[in-house]
Design a protein around this ligand. Structure first.
Ligand code: UDP
Length: 386
């Protein structure tokens, strides 16, 4: 069997997990390039030089999954400290727990509902005329009604996405549970935690294999492909095709950083849903690692804006024109025989870390087999998007 030379573009979770898995399954070399000066993509964490606090440089990353194999996998590369994301929302009516749970409902409406009373009450608030919610706003109005929608979702969503919530997919709101008990964990998943020495360390360990070579500060250029058996592209799919049909819409986020003494807000994530402030949330990084002690604190105030060519793309917007554009790019992608597309940016989907790792783990054996036997590439996660 001839030795393969694989090029992976992007050293985030998709690229790193795939590199690791292919290195164990294939004979040959794997080159991982990244345009940035560091690995780990937007999961990048580092110790803040001034305080020693582990900072999530590109925003909050809380690991959560219900997939047993994914949880076992990541723990091969790091210990995870116990962390449950319990978000708070600071509104004009007070501070409440998110996701909406029984404490949120009782304190917001000044009630003492039992779980079933709360369920019945919220059902009376929902808009019964909406049968099949077609967008974010309809999804919210159907399930929680106007008061809760306006207090928690409308302003936040306008700030976060820069458009009318009626233009956005209902699936974005479906990320957030509504609970009629006092469970205030943001995620429903069975496992949750934060790596004790950060995500960057996980990615570095994933990429630490004899066959893997990492080249940072290296931009993808189409001419590179000729030197490789197969290319796995994890960057934006529109970038791969030189934006030939136009640019897909992304939101990007940025932060104002402040240092304080002591404890700034008493929790890791405080959302600000109202339009009276221009930011969406405040992150206080030391609370992501409650097992550590720090006298000072680093605070990130998070803002959202449209992505321009020099910005890091974060959130795929998926508005109607984006969907039409994506379909065109995917038509090109489907014809590729020596290039695969994997991950959040390459498949233009709003994915979490555990989903990205899961897809890379599922994809790796299929891709390895196809490369080994010189077969056309296997079906990719993008296939069902067209
Ligand atoms: N959302 C909201 N209010 C909040 C939190 C979230 O309206 O306080 C909406 C908003 O549109 C957001 C979406 O729910 O983009 C998904 O929220 P999530 O917390 O999953 O966003 P992420 O942490 O990925 O930025």
């Amino acid at each position: 069997m001839s030795k393969s030379r694989i090029l992976i573009v992007g050293a985030g979770f998709s690229g790193a997990v795939l590199a690791r898995e292919l290195s164990e399954k294939l004979d040959g070399t794997i080159v991982v390039i990244d345009s940035r000066s560091h690995v780990a993509g937007n999961c990048y964490t580092e110790r803040d030089a001034r305080t020693g606090i582990m900072v999530h440089r590109y925003g909050a990353h809380i690991f959560h999954t219900s997939r047993e194999d994914v949880w076992q996998y990541v723990r091969r590369f790091s210990d995870f400290g116990p962390f449950v994301n319990r978000v708070k929302a600071s509104t004009s009516r007070g501070i409440f727990g998110l996701p909406i749970n029984l404490l949120t409902i009782n304190s917001f409406f000044g009630k003492r509902f039992t779980p079933s009373e709360a369920r019945d009450f919220i059902a009376t608030l929902g808009d019964p005329t909406i049968t099949e919610p077609k967008n974010f706003e309809e999804q919210a109005l159907k399930f929680v009604g106007r008061d809760l929608y306006e207090a928690f979702f409308e302003g936040y969503t306008k700030k976060q996405w820069g458009c009318d919530p009626r233009e956005l997919s209902a699936s974005i709101l479906k990320r957030l549970p509504i609970r009629f008990n006092y469970d205030d964990s943001y995620f429903n998943d069975r496992y949750q935690g934060i790596p004790v020495d950060g995500y960057t360390a996980i990615i570095e360990r994933l990429l630490k294999a004899e066959q893997i070579e990492v080249k940072l500060n290296t931009l993808w250029e189409p001419g590179m492909a000729k030197d490789y058996t197969h290319v796995i592209f994890t960057g934006p799919i529109d970038q791969f095709y030189g934006h030939c049909f136009g640019r897909l819409g992304y939101r990007t986020v940025y932060w104002d950083t402040a240092y304080e003494r002591g404890d700034f807000q008493g929790t890791a994530v405080m959302n600000y849903p109202g339009l009276e402030v221009p930011f969406t949330r405040i992150l206080e990084h030391k609370h992501f690692a409650p097992w550590e002690e720090h006298k000072e604190t680093v605070v990130f105030t998070e803002f959202s804006k449209e992505t321009s060519p020099e910005d890091v793309p974060f959130y795929p917007k998926h508005l109607a024109p984006d969907k039409a554009l994506l379909a065109k790019y995917l038509e090109l992608a489907k014809k590729e025989t020596r290039t695969s597309f994997l991950g959040r940016l390459a498949t233009y989907r709003y994915l979490d870390m555990h989903q990205i790792i899961g897809e890379a783990l599922d994809f790796a054996p299929k891709l390895a087999e196809a490369i080994q036997h010189n077969r056309p590439r296997p079906i990719l996660p993008v296939a069902d998007l067209v």
